[in-house]
Design a protein around this ligand. Structure first.
Ligand code: ADP
Length: 379
């Protein structure tokens, strides 16, 4: 039996006029996300609530007709209002529940009542230095730029990079009562142990202390309501991942890998760890996939496609490649990830593609697990 793909869904959406006029839903950019897997289909529309209501029946019938023409089953079809693509001004606290009414309270398990996040995404890597924190930061900033309310938890308690990557140098930690206030930078609510300890002090944690440090960052931060919480994990397969899995209802994990064979081997171990912890793996990002020179040409340095092939081998989704780019290194050192989305097209396009792929995979993971609970569900 054939199954519906994302392209089929987009084909169907091209037959539905945008209620605001100007063409079909795809050509006007009203389709924020579309995903299909095993008969679970999700469509996110960047429209006002009334407009979604107006087109819902047509979208539903267009997708079902396309599925019927292929003889493909529709197990669940979700049409929801996605946040608009308007950029949130930097430094302004995100609107509570930007894409509400889909904000779901208490998706974290009991024991972590301070996190009310619709989706929690862990970012892991088999080894250090592959760009895990860089991907976490740019994923968080990209989602915030897409209008979501986003938190970034620097779970890499052994080597926190987030203070530098997010440019938190000028900000001091603030307490209100017994709760830490998240740092707000690039439209993202951020917490990191790197701002709570002496930056030059070695961070040595025994197992139980690592557990306690992570738990405190989660529970003693006033996160507010979030669409996404991104958790930047330490490299490898250690205590913090275990603590996270016990404390938080994680929607899925993103694995960051460079193309080389040694990085792939470790990434496979990371994937197996998430599976053992019952955390679905959303897919693999290939960082340092290729080099973009000043001449704009792409050069293959490390064996482009290696991580993609690994993802295929493991049956995991490929979430895109991020090039090695001098501009990315410079903006990371300067703590200015926003520059990655406002500068050259090569970097911006790669990062925006990755953000969209992650959004799609999270939507599917929520459907499969029956979580997420968007209100505009038809089945
Ligand atoms: P990890 O979290 O895996 O240890 P980081 O994200 O801290 O790795 O990245 C290590 C260094 O490599 C940082 O200085 C970062 O700016 C740089 N870097 C990561 N990815 C890229 C890239 N695609 N292009 C250029 N520099 C990168």
């Amino acid at each position: 039996m054939s199954s519906l793909t994302k392209d089929h869904v987009l084909e169907a959406l091209r037959t539905v006029p945008d209620p605001r006029g100007g063409g079909d839903l795809v050509s006007t950019g009203a389709v924020r996300s579309a995903a299909a897997c095993d008969g679970f289909i999700s469509v996110g529309l960047a429209l006002a609530e009334g407009e979604v209501h107006e087109v819902r029946a047509r979208v539903d019938s267009a997708v079902r007709q396309r599925a019927a023409s292929l003889g493909a089953p529709v197990r669940q079809l979700t049409i929801e209002r996605a946040a608009s693509t308007v950029r949130q001004p930097e430094g302004v606290p995100m609107k509570q529940g930007a894409s509400s009414p889909t904000v779901k309270s208490g998706s974290a398990q009991p024991g972590s009542p301070s996190v009310r996040a619709r989706h929690i995404i862990a970012v892991g890597a088999g080894k250090g230095g592959v760009g895990k924190s860089t991907v976490s930061v740019n994923l968080a900033v990209g989602l915030a730029r897409a209008g979501h309310s986003v938190g970034l938890l620097d779970g890499d308690i052994y080597g926190p990079s987030v203070p530098t990557l997010m440019g938190l140098d000028g900000q001091d930690a603030q307490m209100r009562g017994t709760m830490l206030q998240p740092f707000i930078a690039h439209g993202v609510r951020t917490m990191t142990i790197g701002k709570l300890v002496d930056p030059e002090k070695p961070l040595i944690w025994r197992g139980p202390m690592a557990h306690g440090a992570f738990k405190q960052l989660v529970e003693q931060t006033s996160w507010g309501e979030l669409d996404y919480l991104i958790v930047d994990l330490p490299p490898g397969t250690g205590d913090v991942s275990l603590t996270m899995a016990q404390m938080l209802a994680v929607s899925g994990a993103v694995i960051v890998c460079t193309p080389q064979r040694v990085a792939q081997d470790d990434a496979v171990r990371a994937a197996r760890m998430f599976q053992a912890l019952n955390i679905p793996v959303l897919g693999v990002v290939e960082n340092m996939s290729y080099f973009v020179g000043d001449d704009g040409k792409e050069y293959d340095l490390f064996g482009r496609g290696g991580a993609e092939q690994m993802a295929q081998r493991l049956g995991l989704a490929f979430l895109g490649g991020v090039p090695i780019h001098t501009a990315l290194r410079v903006s990371s050192d300067a703590g200015d990830p926003t520059a990655n989305f406002t500068g050259g097209a090569a970097l911006r396009d790669a990062l925006e593609r990755m953000v969209r792929r992650v959004e799609d995979e999270v939507a599917l993971a929520s459907l499969r697990s029956g979580a997420g609970g968007p209100v505009l569900t038809v089945s």
